[in-house]
Design a protein around this ligand. Structure first.
Ligand SMILES: [Zn+2]
Length: 130
């Protein structure tokens, strides 16, 4: 079964909804209680763009069981124009094609099937833009 954290995370994952700190305007995703920049606790919703730029990336050769079929694959830290940073799998690309500065689009894709239960998990993946 997917973890409780996965289910709790669904609404924000589906909407790609981040939050903006009311004090310092820092945008974070996923939402959290305390701002990592100013330790503020007041937030307003912030919808993220479906675009971003790779900050760092790594090629995963030995994947966790649920992702074993997909290895090797690229995992990248992506920054959206709002300044939120997301760790996402990059798909539809050559492994060596992705690096700092690569422009990507964020697309809603199937992430994985949950083992024998066959439950499909959906979420955002990054795809090179253009
Ligand atoms: Zn803040």
């Amino acid at each position: 079964m997917p973890s409780p954290g996965y289910w709790r995370g669904i609404p924000s994952r589906l909407r790609l909804e981040a939050v903006r700190c009311s004090s310092c305007e820092n945008v974070v995703y996923p939402s959290r209680r305390i701002c990592p920049h100013c330790h503020g606790t007041k937030w307003e919703p912030a919808e993220l763009s479906r675009t971003g730029e790779v900050v760092t990336s790594t090629v995963v050769h030995v994947a966790p069981d649920d992702f074993a079929m997909e290895a090797p694959y690229v995992l990248a830290l992506i920054e959206t124009p709002e300044g939120a940073r997301l760790m996402l799998q990059v798909t539809d690309c050559e492994l060596n094609e992705i690096g700092p500065g690569t422009a990507v689009n964020l697309e809603f894709r199937r992430i994985r099937a949950e083992g024998n239960s066959g439950i499909l998990c959906y979420g955002f993946k990054a795809v090179p833009a253009g």
